[in-house]
Design a binder for this molecule. Structure first.
Ligand SMILES: Nc1ncnc2c1ncn2[C@@H]1O[C@H](COP(=O)(O)OP(=O)(O)O)[C@@H](O)[C@H]1O
Ligand SMILES: [Mg+2]
Length: 173
């Protein structure tokens, strides 16, 4: 069993959940993550088509200071952005069917490099992705509503989530 499943079935860790009511709100959540991101961070996204994974990634790019984000064709597996405070590596595993294919991509330079990695459809590569990561599951609640569940694996990501919570509380005041 890959690390993702272990995280998701670990009943002891109650995930932080945030509801988003619009694409813009999802981008804002992503932006906060981008602001908090540090060199080497790995953010794994899971959820069905149209859940908002790319939308969240756009926000992460913005938070990193990348304003040239363009949604290039979906057959591109890895997109690199170097205009921000850290490189962003946006990996989309949608088109892959088997974990062996993911392993053959040679993603380690990205995953263990000094940028920030965001992986869409991370469940397709769970066993070959880093054990320490921030897993975000996006669920479609209604046409404009999404539920985001944050599951940190490793202290680095627990700290990141704690800071995200503090930022969210600041929003409400
Ligand atoms: N709250 C929301 N958050 C994110 N996307 C939303 C939301 N409400 C509606 N949407 C729409 O859902 C779609 C999400 O698309 P996308 O981010 O490409 O999903 P994915 O990458 O998960 O397939 C977009 O068309 C977006 O406008
Ligand atoms: Mg997508």
């Amino acid at each position: 069993m890959g690390p993702l499943q272990v995280t998701r079935t670990d009943k002891k860790v109650k995930p932080l959940q945030i509801v988003s009511n619009s694409p813009e709100q999802t981008r804002k959540i992503g932006m906060k993550l981008g602001e908090l991101a540090a060199s080497g961070d790995v953010i794994l996204l899971v959820g069905p088509l149209g859940a908002g994974k790319t939308c969240l990634t756009q926000g992460i790019a913005r938070g990193l200071g990348i304003h040239e984000y363009t949604a290039s064709p979906s057959f591109v597996l890895v997109r690199e952005y170097h205009q921000g405070k850290l490189p962003l590596y946006h990996i989309d595993l949608y088109r892959l069917d088997r974990v062996e294919e993911v392993a053959q991509l040679g993603l380690d330079d990205y995953l263990y490099g000094d940028g920030v990695c965001v992986v869409e459809w991370a469940d397709k590569g769970s066993s070959v992705l880093p054990e320490e990561h921030l897993l975000i599951e996006l669920q479609v609640v209604s046409p404009l509503k999404r539920k985001l569940s944050f599951m940190p694996k490793g202290t680095r990501y627990m700290k990141m989530l704690w800071k995200l919570k503090v930022m969210k509380q600041g929003d409400k005041k």
